[in-house]
Design a protein around this ligand. Structure first.
Ligand SMILES: Cc1ncc(COP(=O)(O)O)c(C=O)c1O
Length: 355
């Protein structure tokens, strides 16, 4: 009841409203604070999946998913016995829509798809897949880790049942993210973790010698323990800044940089760009390889010149299997990058080719 606690509650709940508005969620109670995309997907798996998926049911995923949208489903399928089917990805990294749509049946209960691939930057038409999912009475989970930070995302337009994203990919701090879930679903779901805040009442029954518990309303039902108050408020501040720039402008800037980088990368003799090179199909991520060098060597070389790349399989090994690669180096852009930095990146790659 004291002033400072009320102020922080107001700021934290205000942050929830800001996040809801940013993705056009109808109600702020549909925003659950989580540690990030990984925790958001695990929350759906454990609070919805375990209680609603049984033997004979099917979950559809794609081969371009981040491990965080594969592993939780594989873990819980072993607990309840449902099946998982993986939709194919074309050799250029784009989704095989015919294969995905052809895998739907009356057994399908959930489809999970990344909005944007963290390896190739390919943008998936999740609205199209959500429509097919709903026509089959299935739910749609969208992994928005790489879309929410980079483009306008409207959960009502997509008709996503769940959308997961992380604060640290959109100028916010680590350890905070959000799960959007349709209110009617969140209301019916079981809690994720137990503890303070997520309960309405815990009372000891003398006769039974046990405690009877009733759950709090969503979203608090899913937020056990002291929340990451500072993280939630900071994420909302990051969102205010992104809104000030305008998400259309953020996307436009990234597309300009990607187009420029792809054009300049054609000057390089020993560099192969993976995935599509048409910017209409993707946003600001370019995976590539350098002849004769491992992706870690490429990243280390570039790091010596102050160019930061990610290397490895980017938590998406099945997609690297599609590309027939062990790993890739990845250049990615955000609002703070410039064409001058891309020129520097190309210069460093040229030096690497010489080396
Ligand atoms: C597409 C995608 N999904 C999920 C994740 C997992 O996000 P986090 O590690 O923030 O939970 C990432 C992170 O790189 C990602 O790019």
């Amino acid at each position: 009841m004291h002033t400072l606690s009320q102020e922080s509650t107001e700021m934290h709940e205000g942050a929830r409203e800001k996040i809801a508005h940013f993705i056009n969620a109808p109600d702020s109670s549909e925003i659950v604070f989580v540690r990030g995309t990984t925790e958001a997907i695990n929350l759906v798996a454990y609070s919805w999946g375990i209680h609603n998926l049984k033997q004979g049911d099917e979950v559809l995923l794609s081969l371009m998913e981040h491990h965080s949208n594969i592993v939780p489903w594989e873990i819980i399928s072993k607990l309840t016995g449902f099946s998982i089917k993986y939709a194919k990805v074309h050799n250029d990294g784009t989704l095989n829509y015919e294969d995905f749509e052809g895998k739907f049946s009356s057994k399908t209960k959930l489809a999970c798809l990344s909005h944007v691939s963290n390896v190739s930057g390919v943008v998936n038409d999740v609205k199209r897949i959500a429509k097919v999912a709903h026509d089959h009475g299935a739910l749609m989970l969208v992994d928005g880790a790489q879309s929410v930070p980079h483009m306008p995302v409207d959960v009502q337009d997509l008709d996503a049942d769940f959308l997961a994203f992380s604060g640290h990919k959109m100028l916010g701090p680590t350890g905070i993210g959000a799960l959007y879930g349709k209110k009617a679903l969140l209301e019916k779901m079981e809690p994720f973790q137990g503890g303070g805040e997520m309960i309405k009442d815990v009372s000891f029954n003398q006769e039974k010698g046990r405690c009877g518990i009733s759950w709090n309303e969503p979203p608090w039902k899913f937020e056990a323990g002291t929340p990451n108050i500072a993280g939630g408020i900071a994420l909302a501040e990051a969102i205010k800044y992104l809104e000030h720039l305008g998400m259309d402008e953020v996307l436009k800037h990234e597309i300009t940089l990607t187009e420029y980088a792809l054009k300049r990368m054609q000057e390089l003799k020993k560099v192969t760009v993976y995935g599509p090179t048409d910017v209409k199909l993707k946003c600001g991520i370019i995976p590539f390889g350098v002849q004769g060098l491992s992706s870690h060597d490429v990243a280390l070389f570039c790091d010596n010149f102050g160019v930061m790349l990610r290397s490895g399989f980017h938590c998406a090994q099945p997609l690297h299997q599609v590309f027939k690669l062990q790993s890739s180096a990845r250049a990615s852009f955000y609002i703070y990058n410039t064409t001058e930095e891309i020129d520097r990146f190309i210069d460093v790659l040229k030096e690497m080719e010489q080396f």
